[in-house]
Write a protein that binds this ligand. Structure first.
Ligand code: SAH
Length: 212
């Protein structure tokens, strides 16, 4: 992990101490299925079962840096997967994190991983389809979507607090997606392309698309 982090610093992807500390502290191997634990230190996406992957280390880093995630902020993640990335957000913010997962078995897997590390009282995994209905009406400082959407759901933008940020991979194809950062201020909503990415697709019945 140390070597990967040094490289990410040189590339300018890893910029802040608190992101580095979080990546050093949370053991990625503890969030991986037995057969891929040995690859935890590699900067590559890794399979977590049910055709899903946990993001590469540089991607976890990029999501935290580009959203400028910091202490005291409230985060919502769409796509809990293994629970690893939610643990990183928690480590940076020191706050409770909400994360939604559509696959019941993965929601269970994430909960089990979090319980092992005593993080389950701070990180809440909700088994639900985040394209259909979200089980709360609260606002968030940062929303991180870890599966690719065909569009930017306006419901997610509406759930941002003032000065909130939404980061979301957008595109119709698996290997041609744009990582989009939305910043909401009192006056306007700013939209910027950060990078080209390849995330697994967001599934679900997609009510958010029909409404927007
Ligand atoms: N953040 C994860 C990796 C995410 S992979 C980690 O830390 O390991 C993307 C995840 O999004 C998958 O687990 C997939 O099942 C989930 N997902 C896909 N569509 C979803 C939806 N509509 N609602 C909630 N989760 C969804």
């Amino acid at each position: 992990m140390e070597r990967v982090l040094e490289e990410l610093k040189i590339l300018g992807i890893l910029r802040r101490k608190e992101v580095e500390e979080a990546l050093k502290k949370i053991p990625r191997a503890e969030f991986l299925p037995e057969e891929v634990k040995q690859y935890a230190h590699l900067d590559t996406p890794l399979p977590i079962g049910y055709d899903q992957t946990t993001s590469a280390i540089h991607m976890v880093c990029m999501l935290c840096e580009e959203t400028e995630l910091k202490k005291g902020e409230k985060v919502l993640e769409i796509g809990a997967g293994s629970g690893y990335m939610a643990s990183i957000y928690h480590e940076i913010t020191g706050e409770e994190v909400l994360t939604i997962e559509i696959v019941p078995e993965l929601a269970k897997f994430a909960k089990k991983n979090l319980r092992k590390l005593n993080l389950d009282s701070m990180i809440h995994v909700i088994n639900a389809d985040a394209t259909f209905s979200l089980p709360f009406r609260t606002k968030f400082d940062v929303i991180i979507v870890t599966a690719c959407s065909r569009d930017i759901p306006k419901e997610y933008v509406e759930m941002l607090d003032e000065n909130g940020r939404l980061i979301i991979p957008v595109g119709a194809y698996q290997f041609s997606q744009d990582l989009i950062l939305i910043k909401k201020t009192k006056e306007k909503i700013e939209k910027n392309k950060i990078s080209e990415v390849a995330f697994v697709p967001l599934r679900g019945i997609g009510l958010v698309y029909k409404k927007s």
